[in-house]
Design a protein around this ligand. Structure first.
Ligand code: F6P
Length: 357
């Protein structure tokens, strides 16, 4: 008999259902009796005892379905030790729910913040298995996270669509790509979409270099330029500010996002018309791409195997094409960022893509 709890926390992505299906199928094939408790809306469900007893049928037919059948919410890690508005100790409440249901293990699907809380629960003595979800691909200790490839597809489609209209109007276009504080999604979608300029948080940009790159294209008879700009892109000047100074700047910020600031700077410097497109949350929506379906099926099956072996306290990672149990304590709280010196960036530069540096 196995009794597991499952929750999806943080921003959703296309492949959460596919991953849960992998876990439950892996368990139901190999365990005589199985009870799966699905916690509604992330850690909230675990804290407030809001759950449903699910059957394997609930996980059937969801491989291709985006979103999460359990719902999700953001429960910031830094507030986990802070009592709620009614004075409830959230960590104690989560432990109580776990013990009340007599769970063997909690399967937790989520990104960095979610992983930190999963590790906290492990330190508190609960059995946990974490599955690395995020379109940002910034989880340390795994080559890839699920959601990333599906989001690349959406962001690339957006850049593709902009290409045709940019070419017709001889315009400069900025496509702002999600990714929080890292540039993985922008780098991959930018290269896949044939962006001429790619701006990443890991490579602070010099606006003069950006304008130079646009001028170079114009002089070469190319009437349009596409910039893929990460939502976390930062200028060299801003990167040089202290944390406090940067906070003050952001507090008085007059732009909806960094792309609009860059657009204004380009227009001022070159007199060129600039348009901004923000695909935003569409990047997390729709069906998981085939790559993510395979990835999630494999990660899910590997998670089920760890649960069957009662080997807990891990993130199930994908490393060099193999699933691997990585101790949560080794990775929680670490961020995987793009290395500005990596081969992919050097190669992109080699074919003339500017990174504004
Ligand atoms: O972490 C995933 C992500 O989509 C980031 O790329 C983005 O910065 C953030 O979530 C958006 O969060 P929210 O859905 O809370 O607006």
């Amino acid at each position: 008999m196995k009794r597991i709890g499952m929750l999806t926390s943080g921003g959703d992505c296309q492949a959460l259902n596919a991953a849960m299906r992998g876990v439950v199928k892996g368990l139901s094939e190999n365990v005589k009796e199985l009870e799966v408790y699905g916690f509604n809306n992330g850690y909230k469900g675990l804290i407030y005892g809001d759950y449903r007893l699910l059957t394997s049928a609930d996980f059937s037919g969801i491989l291709t379905k985006g979103g999460t059948i359990l719902g999700s919410s953001r429960q910031p890690f830094k507030l986990m030790r802070v009592p709620d508005e009614n004075g409830l100790d959230k960590v104690e409440a989560m432990k109580q729910t776990y013990h009340k249901l007599n769970l063997d293990c909690l399967v937790i699907l989520g990104g960095n913040g979610t992983q930190k809380t999963a590790n906290l629960l492990r330190e508190e003595g609960l059995n946990v298995i974490h599955l690395p979800k995020t379109i940002d691909n910034d989880i340390y200790g795994t080559d890839v996270t699920f959601g990333f490839q599906s989001a690349i597809n959406v962001a690339t489609d957006a850049i593709d669509c902009i290409h045709t209209t940019a070419a017709s109007h001889n315009r400069v276009f900025i496509v702002e790509v999600m990714g929080h504080k890292v540039g993985w999604l922008t780098l991959y979608a930018g290269v896949a979409g044939g962006a001429d300029i790619i701006l990443l948080p890991e490579i602070p940009y010099d606006i003069n270099k950006v304008v130079e790159a646009i001028d170079k294209r114009t002089k070469a008879g190319k009437g349009f330029t596409i910039l893929a700009v990460a939502e976390g892109a930062i200028s060299k000047e801003d990167a040089a500010l202290s944390k406090k100074e940067y906070k003050v700047k952001k507090k008085n910020y007059q732009y909806p996002s960094v792309s609009y600031e860059i657009a204004e700077q380009i227009e001022k410097a070159s007199g060129t018309e600039v348009r901004v497109t923000v695909p935003g949350h569409t990047q997390r929506g729709g069906s998981p791409c085939p790559y993510d379906r395979v990835l999630c099926t494999r990660l899910g099956a590997a998670a089920a195997q760890a649960i069957i072996e009662e080997d807990y306290g891990y993130m199930i990672a994908m490393i060099n094409g193999k699933t691997k149990r990585v101790p949560l304590g080794d990775v929680a709280g670490k961020l995987k960022v793009v290395d500005p010196e990596c081969q992919m960036i050097q190669e992109a530069k080699e074919i003339g893509i500017s990174f504004g540096d």
